[in-house]
Ligand binder design. Structure first.
Ligand SMILES: Nc1nc2c(c(=O)[nH]1)N[C@H]1C(S)=C(S)[C@@H](COP(=O)(O)O)O[C@H]1N2
Ligand SMILES: [Mo]
Length: 425
């Protein structure tokens, strides 16, 4: 059966015939298909959905996933949650494919709960060291010339933060799920700053959120002028409340904390503000007691999402290994995968568009003979940066920090197909 053979879903006779053909050849086995069974009830018995009319249009004005996909949800970790209002949940990256995170599954990190902002009452103010202080309504932003749309990853600096001292959380949703990759629509921050006229003394920007946490972060003016976005859209529709509706700052490649949600104020100053989130938090405590500060860039990182603890191997023979990679320094240009704990490496097949500061998808088609595997992935970006091992990282950074852990992850696949978070000594 060629890939183009039409097989109408209602034409059961033809479908059976084509399955029979596909099952007959050895080629089908090698590609993962099972030989056709003579009396598979799933084919021979007419199913309800094949017998009765379905819902009409307008039964679901805003669509949602199939009822059979109920387990694909954001999840939190009880012991990481002091209060739900200042908490985090995790993107189910183990169950996703491609590079765009579905809007309803993008992880959330709130310091003061989810603000429900009325766009009609929302204002964005620009002031400080500018020639002309400005106030924008949402309508103003939406009719600004120069709107653009781009895909960027956002990773919380604390992603994998619980793994510094050793393997802990059993599932890539929990070890690596503080990431999403969304398609943003908005106005380059530079356009707004140019309209206000930044004075030559203006070297830093303070971004402030309208939520109860009043999140503030300092951003160097060079970055603000280079590629930051004031975004009101994500994945083709309005931002979700969880992501800062009606408007958030997008700071491509830099730590998620700087991407201020419910953005209401931009102040231009001559020095950083030393806000809470850049002093007591989001600084990296080293082994000798000193701290790294303003560690903005998210270094290259990758993770095998399948197989992984939440996605065990079900069958021997052909299997698809897949995962994601990203880098705050540029474009992912290669991911290597090892099945034996880093002894031998093989370049994975990269698929989908390779875009700077966006997630990349990789695949390795492999045959599992039922033996134990130690799966690892190692990302490289076009700046030449290569993702380090956890040991290499600890030698430089110690284990005190919870931030910027981009070390290589190891998954142990047992003979029964179960997968566990481990480390190689
Ligand atoms: N106003 C505001 N902006 C915020 C936060 C917040 O609590 N309030 N959390 C920050 C942190 S720590 C991260 S990691 C990202 C999370 O973005 P997300 O909720 O879209 O995943 O938003 C950042 N921006
Ligand atoms: Mo964060």
């Amino acid at each position: 059966m060629s890939e183009n053979t039409p097989a109408g879903p209602l034409d059961r006779r033809n479908f059976l015939k084509s399955v029979g053909l596909a099952g007959a050849g050895a080629a089908a086995v090698a590609t993962g298909a099972r030989a056709a069974e003579t009396a598979d009830k799933n084919i021979t018995e007419v199913q309800d959905w094949n017998r009765f009319l379905g819902d009409g249009v307008q039964a679901h004005p805003y669509g949602s996933p199939s009822r059979y996909e109920k387990e694909v949800v954001r999840r939190d970790v009880e012991w990481l949650t002091v209060s739900r209002e200042s908490s985090v949940n995790f993107t189910p990256i183990h169950a996703l494919d491609g590079i765009i995170t579905p809007s309803g599954l993008a992880f959330e990190r709130h310091h003061g709960g989810l603000a429900q902002v009325d766009p009609a009452k929302h204002r964005l103010m620009i002031h400080g060291l500018v020639d002309k202080p400005l106030v924008f309504t949402m309508d103003d932003l939406k009719r600004m010339p120069g709107r653009i749309s781009r895909a960027y990853f956002l990773e919380c600096a604390a992603n994998s933060g619980m793994e510094w001292k050793g393997a802990q959380l059993n599932g890539c949703q929990f070890t690596h799920g503080m990431i999403h990759n969304l398609w943003y629509t908005g106005i380059p921050l530079r356009t707004l700053l140019d309209e206000a006229g930044v004075k030559t003394t203006g070297k830093w920007i303070l971004a402030e959120g309208a939520d109860s946490s009043g999140m503030t972060r300092s951003i160097p003016i060079e970055k603000a002028m280079k590629d930051c976005l004031v975004a009101f859209g994500m994945n083709g529709e309005a931002l979700r409340p969880e992501q800062g509706y009606p408007v958030r700052l997008v700071v491509p490649g830099w730590e998620g904390n700087m991407w201020v949600k419910w953005l209401r104020r931009l102040e231009v100053g001559d020095a950083p503000w030393q806000a809470r989130e850049e002093t007591s938090k989001y600084t990296d405590l080293l082994a000798d007691g000193r701290s790294r500060r303003f560690t903005f860039v998210m270094d290259a990182k990758s993770i095998v999402t399948n197989p992984s603890p939440q996605m065990p191997l079900k069958m021997k023979g052909p299997n698809v290994l897949t995962g994601i990679a990203w880098s705050g320094r540029g474009t992912i240009d290669r991911v290597d995968v090892s099945l034996d704990g880093g002894r031998n490496w093989k370049a994975a097949r990269m698929d989908g568009p390779a875009m700077p500061l966006s997630m990349a998808r990789f695949y390795v088609d492999f045959d599992w003979d039922g033996r134990e595997l130690m799966i690892q992935s190692r990302a490289r970006d076009d700046s030449g940066y290569v993702q380090p091992t956890k040991q290499e990282l600890r030698q430089v950074r110690g284990v005190n920090s919870i931030y910027h852990n981009n070390g290589i992850q190891t998954w142990l696949v047992r003979e029964n197909g179960e997968v566990e978070n481990v480390e190689i000594a």
